[in-house]
Unconditional design. Structure first.
Length: 367
């Protein structure tokens, strides 16, 4: 471990909203904070979120099913069932974001949209807004090729248009894949009318990143932020199980699948999925390979910063199948914990480097 200069420590602490002000001041004054030496590491943040200004402008001009307010600092706040997003400068200003990444010594991010995405809108409006977002993502990546890559977003509540947009994202725009939300306005991702989307992405050997959105039954999760804390993780787990049992994963073998938040409960429940496969004929109707075997081929981002959970995911899928993520700049995210949760694991330096950047660079073909 190596102490960072005081000014660098101060910047890191100022970004960490999880520390009480008194504790932050104490650590700054004492110059006692120690963080891992990052000089040799290539760090790539796979899980973070960006609202392009073009999208926010289109939202204000064209109307939306979001309820939009403003907080006391002037930040837009987008309200959706059981959740809200405070669109802080790091969400919408890449210059601010780059300064934060420089301070944290993070080389690259995979910028993505976030839940509930465009699925909250009418199908027609979703198609329009997806194109705005994807064009902005591609433009940002072209302007900052050494700092950002991106995964596109699709209007999954308009399946035919989603297939066309998937082809445009990986073809015309040149992005390495897409982020799909864990359901499409309550419709499971494994339904047949979504298969043309997977066909296009399979042909392109693309990445599909599954990020949760609000699940069916969200109305019972609106207190205590239960929806993002619990509902999200369960919906990711449901989506992954459905994609396995329906045969989607076997049918489209050239897709690289990535799950957010360590896969929800996937590493914990994989053995139960296998028992279901063995016990219930309907679980074998379209699925011919043990679910756990298929799920070990998925990748898992590290946005669950608990040591025991990370070790379980490593035991399940291996260090070659974890990718670092921060959930920046959401209130529940942390760039610092993304790094420290990996660097403090009982792994070799080479294994840590795989999780912090090499694995993501490989599946995104970053060279």
């Amino acid at each position: 471990m190596q102490s960072l200069p005081l000014n660098c420590k101060t910047a890191l602490l100022e970004r960490n909203s999880n520390l009480w002000p008194e504790k932050r001041a104490e650590l700054i004054a004492s110059n006692s904070l120690e963080l891992p030496c990052l000089e040799r590491l290539m760090i790539l943040d796979f899980h973070n979120h960006y609202f392009p200004p073009e999208y926010l402008d289109a939202l204000s001009k064209g109307g939306s099913h979001f309820r939009v307010t403003t907080d006391r600092d002037g930040n837009p706040v987008l309200h959706s069932p059981g959740d809200y997003n405070v669109i802080v400068p790091g969400h919408r200003d890449l210059n601010v974001r780059e300064r934060v990444l420089d301070e944290a010594e993070i080389q690259m991010q995979v910028i993505t949209f976030t839940a509930p995405g465009t699925s909250i809108e009418t199908p027609e409006r979703a198609v329009e807004l997806c194109q705005v977002v994807n064009n902005a993502f591609a433009s940002a990546c072209r302007a900052r090729t050494d700092r950002f890559t991106s995964l596109g977003t699709l209007p999954m509540n308009a399946p035919e248009a989603a297939a066309e947009e998937a082809e445009r994202v990986v073809g015309e725009l040149g992005l390495p894949g897409v982020m799909l939300l864990s359901n499409a306005s309550g419709v499971p991702l494994h339904e047949k009318h979504f298969w043309p989307v997977y066909e296009r992405l399979n042909e392109a050997e693309a990445v599909i990143y599954i990020h949760p959105t609000y699940p069916v039954g969200v109305e019972v999760m609106e207190r205590f932020m239960l929806m993002p804390m619990v509902g999200f993780l369960m919906d990711t787990t449901l989506a992954a199980a459905g994609l396995i049992y329906s045969g989607v994963v076997e049918q489209f073998p050239k897709i690289t699948w990535v799950l957010a938040h360590l896969g929800g409960a996937v590493p914990y429940l994989a053995e139960r999925f296998d028992r279901g496969f063995e016990a219930y004929p309907e679980c074998r109707e379209y699925c011919s390979v043990l679910p756990s075997e298929q799920l070990r081929g998925f990748y898992y981002d590290t946005v669950n910063f608990d040591d025991a959970c990370l070790r379980l995911a490593i035991e399940f899928a291996g260090v070659d199948h974890l990718v670092a993520g921060s959930d920046y700049p959401h209130m529940i995210g942390s760039l610092d914990k993304m790094i420290s949760s990996v660097t403090t694991l009982d792994l070799s330096e080479g294994e840590k480097e795989k999780i912090l950047g090499e694995n993501a660079a490989r599946i995104l073909s970053l060279g």
